[in-house]
Design a protein around this ligand. Structure first.
Ligand SMILES: NC(=O)c1ccc[n+]([C@@H]2O[C@H](COP(=O)([O-])OP(=O)(O)OC[C@H]3O[C@@H](n4cnc5c(N)ncnc54)[C@H](OP(=O)(O)O)[C@@H]3O)[C@@H](O)[C@H]2O)c1
Length: 244
């Protein structure tokens, strides 16, 4: 199984990439630039592939998708890269995973890093600053990503699509005092990306520590899913392949 882990120079993405590599999977790691890619030398030294590009830059995301498609495309993607605040919130947390999903046609499993804070999101795409000219709202971005995950599961029965709340864990984003378990915080996404047991082979879930949870009521709302898909396709000029 070839697994791309985005945002793997730090935090949950780094631990997930290390774990998958240690388990014998074929891993592709991702860093925002050559400097940050240096952190990944121990993983590339053990055979991991590497893609480099800043997710704030849409062209860089498109280039990464083209590079992967032209080479050895991943079977699974853990869409982990994320930011907590600032203008990068929508480009990094929503636009980049949307584009990679639409363009990496061969990937059959997608795992999206959501958050319990998706519940604080506003279920509206009206006036959203997708290009990141202004600071974005983290809860909104995770609600959009979780809804996109559910829409993909509904529209693409050939793909396994799931969203994961890793808990509030002690990474750079979570801070040193975060109360949840870092180990449990990365296992669910690895399991959904590569697991072979029947539960790991399900789709359309919102997960916390390998348990399905009820997401925000807007997530399964087909009308909201459709408005979101229209907004993302209109904004990027890239439509999700397959029937709508
Ligand atoms: N920690 C928590 O408590 C928590 C809770 C709920 C959800 N999550 C979600 O879990 C995921 C991982 O979070 P984390 O705690 O591991 O955060 P983190 O330690 O801050 O790591 C975030 C990763 O995303 C990468 N990234 C950020 N902006 C990028 C950009 N413009 N281009 C490319 N890569 C970029 C970072 O690269 P650099 O290191 O180069 O910046 C880093 O590798 C995120 O999606 C987050 O929203 C975390």
């Amino acid at each position: 199984m070839r697994v791309l882990v985005t945002g793997s120079a730090e935090g949950l993405g780094l631990v997930a990439a290390e774990t998958l590599l240690a388990q014998g999977h074929d891993v592709v790691v991702h860093a925002r630039n050559a400097g940050r890619a240096g952190v990944l030398a121990p993983l590339t030294g053990r055979g991991a592939g590497l893609v480099v590009g800043d997710f704030e830059d849409r062209d860089a995301v498109l280039r990464i998708a083209a590079e992967l498609t032209a080479g050895e495309p991943p079977d699974a993607v853990i869409h982990n890269a994320g930011v907590w605040s600032g203008p990068a919130v929508m480009p990094v947390n929503v636009i980049a995973p949307y584009l990679l999903t639409a363009l990496l046609a061969g990937a059959r499993r997608h795992v999206y890093l959501s958050s319990g804070l998706h519940s604080s999101g506003r279920p509206s795409v009206e006036g959203v600053d997708w290009r990141g000219r202004m600071p974005g709202h983290y809860g909104d971005s995770k609600l959009f990503l979780t809804t996109f995950s559910a829409a993909l599961a509904r529209l693409r029965p050939d793909v396994l699509s799931n969203a994961v709340d890793p808990g509030w864990v002690p990474t750079r984003m979570g801070g040193p005092g975060a109360p949840d378990d870092l180990e449990l915080g990365h296992q669910t996404q690895e399991w959904l990306a590569t697991g072979k047991d029947p539960e790991a082979l399900t789709t359309g879930g919102y997960w916390f520590h390998r348990q399905r949870r009820q997401p925000h009521p807007a997530v399964p709302d087909i009308a909201f899913q459709e408005r979101l898909l229209d907004a993302l396709a209109g904004e990027t000029g890239v439509a999700l392949p397959g029937p709508r």
